[in-house]
Design a protein around this ligand. Structure first.
Ligand SMILES: Cc1cc2nc3c(=O)[nH]c(=O)nc-3n(C[C@H](O)[C@H](O)[C@H](O)COP(=O)(O)OP(=O)(O)OC[C@H]3O[C@@H](n4cnc5c(N)ncnc54)[C@H](O)[C@@H]3O)c2cc1C
Length: 249
């Protein structure tokens, strides 16, 4: 999987069959295919937003799918989309809406000065690592630190109003940053909401170190109000998809 690792071993004259190698376990991550985070989908991979489908790492509620599972989900989603588009009627294009979108997308390139995307990226990464259970914290978190993350994210979100880009590559990074901060905000709300440790090493709540099936054998979902920007977090019952799984016989 990692050709650069072979080069590194050769450059450092290490033969891993003879000499043990020091490692640090950093595999877990919260957003993506190894975990359950992502858009809420039905069996056909349709999201709760009309016309939007999700497969692979962005599809939520389906842990440990890996590359092969992502491919399988892609096929499932594609089949659903083919059926869906048969009944889609194209509406009129709203020119005013298109103009507004062009303004929104190109705004960072029309600004001089302002904050550059890589600066915000570094700050976001450092802050999330420290207060929202990143690698240096061994994926451990508690309410006090998550509340700090909440506040810091609000400040970062406000600073995206001043984000600037010198070229189209930076423009892409600028929008990446705006979206990443939004994802981080939602993530922190979820981490605060689940008052248990469901999956140690991915999400360890030091203030609630035990798994609590009585209250938390469920999904945690959220919706963000597009107008007020408020994130509403709520429980969705656990649904058994495969008979005989580890929870229900
Ligand atoms: C460190 C690590 C180790 C892993 N190890 C393994 C392993 O050993 N075995 C295994 O099977 N799986 C492994 N996985 C998981 C696996 O890599 C992922 O589950 C899988 O690659 C996800 O595939 P995907 O197509 O859903 O998403 P991605 O591969 O992330 O593809 C999404 C694509 O969309 C692009 N994109 C994003 N936004 C936009 C936009 N606005 N416009 C256009 N394009 C956009 C991105 O650039 C990206 O190319 C690992 C993952 C990580 C992070």
């Amino acid at each position: 999987m990692y050709p650069q690792m072979t080069l590194w071993l050769a450059a450092n004259r290490i033969d891993p069959s003879k000499q043990p190698i020091e490692i640090a376990g950093t595999e877990p991550y919260i957003v993506g295919g190894h975990c359950q985070a992502g858009y809420w989908i039905d069996d056909g991979r349709k999201t709760t937003l009309e016309g939007l489908f999700a497969a692979g790492d962005v599809a939520g509620g389906v842990p440990y799918k890996f590359v092969s599972g992502c491919w399988a989900e892609g096929v499932i989603a594609a089949r659903t989309v083919v059926e869906y588009v048969k009944n889609v009627e194209l509406g009129e294009v709203d020119d005013e809406h298109v103009e507004k979108e062009i303004d929104r997308v190109y705004m960072p390139m029309r600004k001089s000065g302002g904050v550059r995307p890589n600066k915000l990226e570094q700050e976001l990464q450092d802050m999330m690592d420290k207060y929202a259970g990143g690698i240096p914290e061994y994926y451990e978190m508690d309410e006090a630190r998550l509340k700090i993350a909440q506040k810091e994210l609000q400040k970062l979100a406000e600073r995206t109003k001043d984000i600037s880009a010198e070229n189209t590559h930076e423009l892409m990074l600028a929008h990446d940053m705006i979206d990443k901060i939004e994802v981080a905000q939602v993530l922190v709300e979820h981490l605060l909401f689940r008052k248990e440790t469901r999956w140690p090493a991915y999400q360890t709540r030091l203030d609630y170190p035990k798994m609590d099936d009585e209250n938390w054998l469920c999904f945690v979902n959220s919706r963000r109000d597009p107008k007020t920007r408020k994130i509403d977090v709520f429980k969705v019952p656990y649904k058994q998809m495969v008979p005989g799984d580890r929870y229900k016989g």
